[in-house]
Design a binder for this molecule. Sequence first.
Ligand code: AP5
Length: 196
Amino acid sequence: MRLVLLGAPGSGKGTQAALLRDELKVPHISTGDLLRAAVKAGTPLGLQARAVMESGRLVSDDIVLGMLEERLAKADIGDGFILDGYPRNLAQCEALEGLLERLDQPLDVALKLEVPAELLVERIAGRAAAEGRRDDTPATVRERLRVYEEQTAPVAGHYEELGKLVIVDGVGEVEDVFRRINAALDAAGSAARLRA
Ligand code: AP5
């Protein structure tokens, strides 16, 4: 299963990706986690990315693609992957398609979690109190949501045109959302087999 998880900040991509990783036995690749690791390690790339992340804007396409290429070159993606946080704009969609074509690993499904804005803000506020992620401050969250609407929301339309988009209601208990995701992936798999 080669899967992209889409959804606004706080929609539950990371939470559900961790469950899917255990269920599907494929790696969870989060560009946010890769960037945070680079920031923590103090690499030149991390130093560049840090201020951008704390402002709520997107890190440059070139930097993120370079990191992703390096990660997808590892042998553990042979049975698939769950990509979380990429692509985040239409240029990244195009870059991903080129990269996956070169790797002969075409994408199966783009799954979007839908959650109303007020709940996103509430969830991120909860995490801010518990974990202190530096981009979870109210001003940065507002900017992340604005950037999402402006640049990332159109990505779902791109996958819809390709017939690969699956939309799942992300409201409710984590386990209920996970059950909905599994049902949606089963249905998408059956539809793909019928088309083949
Ligand atoms: P990234 O790390 O990707 O953050 P994000 O997309 O803003 O997503 P979040 O991690 O906030 O939310 P999530 O949807 O994963 O939800 P989660 O499961 O954590 O990106 C951070 C930054 O890195 C970007 O702003 C950008 O600067 C940069 N970046 C990353 N990728 C990039 C790219 N491709 N290009 C350019 N720049 C890039 O859940 C959130 C909270 O809600 C948690 O506390 C969780 O416990 C809780 N929760 C989850 N599900 C539920 C539920 N069902 N009910 C109640 N609470 C729940």
